[in-house]
Design a protein around this ligand. Sequence first.
Ligand code: SAH
Length: 222
Amino acid sequence: MKDIKNSEKELYRIAREKMVETQIKARGIKDSRVLQVMLKVPRHLFVDEALRDQAYGDFPLPIGEGQTISQPYIVAVMTEALELKGDERVLEIGTGSGYQTAILAELALWVYTIEKYSLLLEKAKKILAELGYKNVSFKLGDGTLGWKEVAPFDAIIVTAAAPQIPPPLIDQLLEGGRIVIPVGDAFSQILIKGIKKEGVLHTKSLEPVRFVKLIGAYGFKE
Ligand code: SAH
């Protein structure tokens, strides 16, 4: 049994190497810390057992409650855009499976993550604890309002589609801080990167994306 477990681990490690080479490096991701953690984090443990063999494919996967774990390449693009060096406090909206949370926990000092569905939040909490991540705080609720008690943040990542950049998130970003968020309608969005300079958010478009909806006070309505 132990041998089977070990060879399974090895197969997933090889799948991760292939994922990083063909989906991530090949498409221009250069931040070596991002590439390193994508080689390390066991993405297959963040999806249901029946989907594990597909976990390193070039696509999102269902995680329950009508939600999805983002495509690996999109996780890489968004993470690289946050420009994490290791000493940041990061706010994540849309914990989902917790995979992106693990990537952030590897690259930053502390991750504050907010999820709307308690079932997803509990599942993510469990797997992240099992994997030994201790620098993550979880909150159930509407992430479009941010997390006032622990703001401001060096970086903010929103992993659901927003009709606009929620103003509370801009308020809760530090001077020099980065925010990455898909903005558009329910069907297609543009990934936006914003940097706060002298109190004003300067934005640029990264690429077209398709996310599930951010639902909340400054998101879409139910
Ligand atoms: N990063 C996650 C992506 C999950 S999909 C992953 O890779 O697994 C987006 C998530 O955002 C869903 O889990 C959804 O429930 C959550 N969500 C939607 N609106 C939200 C809101 N207002 N606040 C917090 N989470 C929200």
